[in-house]
Ligand binder design. Sequence first.
Ligand code: PEP
Ligand code: MG
Length: 556
Amino acid sequence: MSARYSGLGVSPGQVVGPVARVHGPQLPAHDDVPVDVEQETDLAADALAEVSGELESLAERAGVSGAVLVRQARMARDPSLVALVHQFVRGGRPAPRASWEAFGAYRDMRASDPLRPAPDAAELDDVRDRVVARLLGEPPPGIPDPGTPYVLVARDLSPALTATLDSGRVLALVTERGGPTSHTAVLAKALGIPAVVGAPGVAGLATGQMVAVDGTSGVVTADPDRETVGAMQGQRMSQRGSADIGADTGADIGPGRTKDGRPVQLLAAVGGKNDVEEALAAGAEGVGVFRTEFLFLDRESPPTVEEQASAYREVFDAFAGRSVTTRTLDIGADKPASFVRLGDQPNPALGVRGLRVARRYPQLLSDQLAAIARAARESKSDVRVMAPMVATRAEAAWFAARAREAGLNNVGVMVEVPAAALRAGDLLEVVDFVSVGANDLAQYAFATDRADGELADLLDPWQPAFLDLVATVLRAGAVNGRSMTVCGEAASDPMLAPVLVGLGASALSMTARMIPVVRASLARVTAEQCGLMAAEALDADGPEEARHRAERVLSS
Ligand code: PEP
Ligand code: MG
């Protein structure tokens, strides 16, 4: 019988193909033989320097994940790593083993460092694997090229690995760890290929083994039988059929709208000028969230007002005549910036991040607002500005006053904290708009770290309690007569998009690659069906039932 693995479908589509596994070095063995301390330490120091250089050159070609690669390159250059290797070599370990152990000690050391945020485990492991592979004379961790299209299976995918991915060959991504907003999920959507994350046991699949991947239901079937393969092919045909229907109705181009013509703005999430081309090609009607922190990460000091203004203009100018919702700095927690000292926070995601950073560093915010205002004045796009991680009306009012002082007149806040969702009506009294930040709203509603794959089921945007919160926010918008945006990965789920519209969303912001898919999905449903799908999903007991009940509206 075929083995089945259940995870979370994070990018839709079905494929069947052979497995290719990410390889990396194992813990190097060590015999208790005397080592030449100086020579082994030098070997490790050279390997660290070479890996740092390799990551820097990967960063230059990597687009959005470039900031992460630069951060990894900097980790490899940290002198305390060489000092730790030296200690382990003195304890009788040869360079590969000493380096492996040094990375473990480095992780512990950084975890208790009050001045620097702890490094991301997957990023650190990737640097370690690169250093150890180099010392062992093995190829760097990576993706073997079997010469034919394959399903990439890994425990987790680091940004460094994905930067080397040959996207033309990869049929689907399957990982044991990761959640709906993980790097793998974002990447798969960007590539437009199916993906399943958080599927326990898949790392044990063998290279070359055939698997059927269903990126919608989250099921991975090893050695699928003929019926499974046949059923998938049948489904693909019917999906193609619906895409054709979209084309007939003109839904492959132009603004988003339901079958009966209700407009739903389709906006792109961008991180800088590198994302602009794809967003325009996908027909984005504007930018739903411009994540400005990419300009700030991995620097010793913040960019100047001039530097910021010219970087913002590059994005604003590309969207002349359209709206660009620019988010002020969202650093802290999963987005550390080295020039901001946040100290030893027991739980950084619940600590000083987003707008809260401005309590300690008010100049950072006023400079950024000045730069956004200057770029807005000089460009022809409709610039809106919003703050992340706002919890109360008082915070929203404080931010709005500063933004208006800077000369910005379309000011909003993200609703990412349940307290803000429950009081969205109050927030709308002091700001011009709010935008649901679905990634963080799910994380905070379910008390579940968005980077923790083990708990990914709790972050499923089909969770009825999450939909309740979204509905609360969107209703507050309807009462106040405002247009309402949902951003975050939830908006790019082609089946959830009509539900969000049914709950009251008038704009959806997503990774550009998913815009055509969501556009086609909305073109198949009427506004009334959106409302029915929303009601069914809200009435369900759990995410699976919510999905099925919403789907049933379409088939009835
Ligand atoms: C969100 O939280 O939904 C969001 C859009 O912001 P980010 O993913 O950058 O935290
Ligand atoms: Mg967020």
